[in-house]
Design a protein around this ligand. Structure first.
Ligand code: SAM
Length: 367
């Protein structure tokens, strides 16, 4: 009998309603957690559904026809998301990424983009607003997203070899359609694009150099991501991880690279520049070089739970406050309480024991 894992049906209901004290000071934009980390960016999962079944993220064995995705009524509305984002901005957030699930599956997502693009940070600047997508609908939506105010986009693509890619997305989706989405986004000015490739040793690591070669001289930045033990369903093992140092070594052998400075404090990807001026790549090494100490990211799940770590096992139910009639000041105070209490640093503590702990699935919490 195959083992059935029911990863979030119960876990997602485990969320504390934030306790807000009446004397919580007003937001100053300078919130820090118990380890002195600022709050700078917010990732928002706008849907827990995806049309891909990537074997390392939403494997078919779990996310099958019987899987209970969230009902529409559970999802935060665009108005609710905007309210939450305003509160996060009051606490200093400047960067917002829409994700999922597959964000372009959320109906009229461009209207949400439009709302968020009109917001201003404390310094009076527009948000650094971006979106991560599998690009299956990008060719169709690129120009509407750009018109709505989206600045940039990150596309996930795990291989250029069509057979390898189809096998990894597990819905037989062709590489050519992702490349068409990338081209469409580029053509309407959503650049530079970032291209995320999750590297699984023995599955697609032979595609590292071809990916680098393909995107050199395009202005797009390929980011090679170490396979992580997110969620409880992807069968992660350390033996599947190809360390980023090895990724860089292989690329360097083909096209010499030199390390570049981070663009800003807390940047997740380590940057490497081609010595011949053909552009740059990034590596994201959350397994071999955890960056918890610099993590300035909060996550808002599809149904309005706030999580302070990708590897969390429970969240904070902001939706209960939003739908319970709380005013903006209370929402801000709740965020303040959540962030002040934050002490997590999962990737620094990762071990054989922690891998088996129950964690929320990435499609729900937002990748
Ligand atoms: N559907 C969108 C997409 O495909 O980009 C957005 C959601 S997806 C969860 C966001 C990113 O997380 C993708 O680039 C995906 O490859 C990455 N991801 C998912 N599971 C991962 C894992 N176990 N380790 C590393 N990255 C992972």
């Amino acid at each position: 009998m195959t083992e059935r894992i029911i990863p979030i049906a119960d876990a997602r209901y485990q969320a504390r309603i934030p306790l807000v004290s009446a004397d919580t000071p007003a937001a100053t934009g300078l919130l820090t957690d118990r380890r002195g980390r600022r709050l700078h960016d917010l990732r928002i999962s706008v849907t827990d559904r995806c049309n891909f079944r990537c074997t390392y993220c939403m494997p078919k064995t779990v996310f099958d026809r019987d899987y209970a995705f969230l009902p529409q009524s559970s999802l935060l509305s665009f108005e609710e998301i905007e309210r939450v984002v305003r509160a996060f901005i009051a606490h200093g957030v400047e960067k917002v990424r829409l994700t999922g699930g597959e964000p372009l599956l959320r109906r009229n997502v461009e209207r949400l983009v439009e709302r968020l693009a009109s917001l201003r940070t404390a310094a009076g600047e527009p948000l650094d607003l971006t979106l991560t997508t599998n690009a299956s609908l990008l060719a169709r939506k690129a120009s509407a997203l750009r018109d709505a105010g989206l600045r940039r986009v990150t596309v996930s693509l795990d291989a250029l070899d069509d057979a390898v890619f189809r096998q990894m997305n597990d819905v037989d989706f062709p590489v050519a359609d992702v490349l068409a989405g990338i081209e469409a986004a580029d053509a309407v000015g959503l650049r530079p694009l970032k291209i995320n490739m999750v590297v699984r040793k023995g599955v697609n690591d032979h595609e590292i150099v071809p990916m680098a070669r393909h995107f050199r001289n395009t202005g797009h930045i390929v980011r090679f991501i170490e396979f992580m033990d997110v969620g409880a369903s992807n069968g992660w093992s350390m033996t599947d991880v190809l360390p980023s140092a090895e990724v860089v070594r292989r690329i360097h052998d083909a096209f010499p690279v030199e390390q570049a400075d981070p663009n800003y404090h807390g940047e997740v990807a380590e940057r490497w520049r081609y010595a011949d001026g053909a552009g740059e790549i990034g590596v994201i090494s959350s397994v071999t070089q955890p960056f918890c100490g610099e993590c300035t990211r909060a996550r808002l799940s599809t149904e309005g739970r706030v999580y302070t770590c990708l590897f969390a096992d429970s969240g904070h139910d902001l939706r209960a406050l939003l739908r319970g009639g709380s005013d903006d000041r209370t929402i801000e105070a709740a965020i303040s309480t959540i962030w002040h209490g934050r002490d997590d640093r999962y990737s620094e503590l990762r071990s054989a024991e922690t891998v088996g702990l129950r964690k929320i699935e990435m499609s729900y919490i937002g990748g």
